[in-house]
Design a protein around this ligand. Structure first.
Ligand code: ATP
Length: 260
């Protein structure tokens, strides 16, 4: 499989304080990758950088021919406001915005696809409900329906199953696996290691710096997990922006070559 997104010495910082530090490697086209790591390890930051919400402080992200429209991004639930007076059907239709006409009108075909997507996530009949009236699990189903409609080549999910019941998690995991079978590239931030091991063939383990990136069974070793925790704990939150030289003094980082 060829590299679809390549990170080269990527550092992402908030006001000069690095949150993700000198990460290099690549996501192969069609790969299904979990991003794992301790709290505050930089997982969400990495995802935001990949989708283009944050710019690299150093290094680069090569997205090849991918355009913004090719990315479907589901932020953490905490970052999504759902007090807007908007219905389930309209929320799902937002996934088809790139097909909308100049005045925001959608085709009958898109409306039909939205119905199919809601059916697939088990929410037929919820079209007119206000999103604020849904449970956390139902709302996550709506957001997955919106992603289905978006039909993106790359799907980025930030902790999609946090605070979601088991049944919903299983249903939504099925959709993730379906996207993968369809050849889409899926990258998900996950904190449930069992889930990572059971469903995600590739893992990027991060603790501000890369701990490992490759086959899940290799990366999620006890040694790497202990190392990730120790690395996260020793991070100096007040550290200034790093210099490129730092990488030399931090030998032992696992760097993955692009998959062929
Ligand atoms: N908007 C921001 N401004 C300043 N610092 C931030 C901002 N967002 C995140 N950070 C800091 O960057 C670091 C990495 O945060 P990030 O949210 O990427 O980690 P994470 O691995 O996704 O964490 P968690 O598992 O707790 O969600 C943390 O120290 C966090 O406090």
């Amino acid at each position: 499989m060829s590299a679809l997104i390549r990170l080269s010495n990527l550092t992402v910082a908030y006001e000069r304080h690095p949150a993700v530090h000198h990460v290099s490697g690549s996501f192969a086209e069609g790969s299904l990758t979990a991003i794992a790591g301790p709290n505050g390890a930089g997982k969400s930051t990495l995802l935001k950088a990949i989708v283009g919400e944050l710019r690299p402080a150093e290094g680069s992200i090569d997205r090849g021919t991918l355009m913004r429209n090719d990315f479907g991004y589901l932020p953490q639930a905490a970052d999504i406001v759902r007090r807007f007076p908007i219905s389930v059907a309209d929320t799902v239709m937002l996934g088809a915005w790139k097909n909308a006409g100049a005045f925001g009108q959608f085709s009958r075909k898109d409306a039909e696809r939205a119905r199919e997507a809601l059916d697939l996530v088990g929410l037929s009949g919820f079209e007119r409900r206000h999103i604020g009236s849904l449970s956390a699990g139902q709302f996550q189903r709506v957001l997955f329906a919106r992603l289905l409609l978006q039909d993106a080549r790359v799907i980025l999910l930030d902790e999609p199953f946090t605070a979601i019941d088991q049944r919903t998690t299983r249903d939504l995991l099925d959709i993730v696996l379906r996207w993968s079978r369809e050849g889409r590239t899926v990258i998900a931030v996950l904190h449930d290691f069992e889930q990572v091991r059971a469903y995600f063939p590739e893992t990027l383990l991060i603790a501000r710096e890369l701990v490992g990136w490759g086959r899940t069974q290799d990366v999620m070793s006890a040694t790497n997990l202990i190392r990730a925790r120790a690395m996260a704990e020793r991070w100096d939150m007040e550290a200034d922006e790093c210099s490129a030289d730092d990488v030399e003094s931090e030998g032992g980082l696992v760097k993955r070559e692009p998959a062929e």
